[in-house]
Design a protein around this ligand. Structure first.
Ligand SMILES: O=c1ccn([C@H]2C[C@H](O)[C@@H](COP(=O)(O)OP(=O)(O)OP(=O)(O)O)O2)c(=O)[nH]1
Ligand SMILES: [Mg+2]
Length: 179
């Protein structure tokens, strides 16, 4: 087994399909949403929410923001998919170029980096989530099975003095290795 995709346990009964490439020379494997998912427009803040946001900017601690208490935050769209690969490879998650153009959907992290040691981690089995924000005026309703991003497998290189004795094992994602 060199590299590939598998469905995570919690979606084993959900009839998901594994990512595929759309054309002969497409670099990216298209990843789809595992469930229906609504991405609210970032502009849909009513007056109260605007006040709350201003208040939060002043008073929320970093911990509260990272635990999801901020009003303006990215959403994590589940894919129900994990990716396995060789240790010296990485899956780069990129937006589909049609997403910003047609649906105002942006990946706030620019690209997602799916590490080889993310797969089967004890916290979420290595499920890939796509971070998204909707900069359009209307809410966007994503349907289960709709393609939302693409994953490109690539080799990565190490520096001369790389510390090959790193013993830390990945326990999750999204800040699991500390700040
Ligand atoms: O768009 C993304 C980006 C990352 N991940 C997962 C896979 C990746 O291996 C892990 C950690 O990502 P990264 O190293 O970019 O984030 P971090 O903030 O440094 O978290 P950590 O401390 O867990 O490394 O989170 C996703 O599912 N989707
Ligand atoms: Mg990291």
């Amino acid at each position: 087994m060199t590299r590939g995709f598998a469905i995570v346990e919690r979606f084993s009964e959900a009839d998901l399909t594994l990512p595929t490439r759309a054309t002969k020379s497409a670099a990216g494997y298209d990843l789809a949403a595992a469930t229906d998912f609504t991405l609210p427009s970032i502009w849909h803040l009513n007056f109260i929410k605007i006040l709350v946001t201003i208040w939060q900017q002043k008073h929320l601690t970093d911990e509260a923001i990272s635990s999801g208490q901020a009003v303006l935050k990215p959403y994590l769209v589940p894919t129900g998919i994990k990716a396995y690969m060789n240790r010296d490879e990485v899956l780069i998650l990129a937006n589909r170029s049609s997403n910003p153009l047609k649906r105002s959907l942006v990946l706030p992290n620019g690209v997602g980096v799916i590490d080889a040691d993310y797969v089967d981690n004890p916290k979420n089995e290595g499920e890939i989530f796509v971070q998204m924000m909707n900069f359009g005026l209307k809410d966007v309703h994503i349907k289960k099975g709709e393609r939302i991003a693409q994953g490109i497998f690539m080799p990565y290189l190490l520096t001369d003095n790389d510390d090959i004795d790193i013993k830390d094992e990945r326990t999750g994602g999204f800040g699991s290795s500390g700040k």
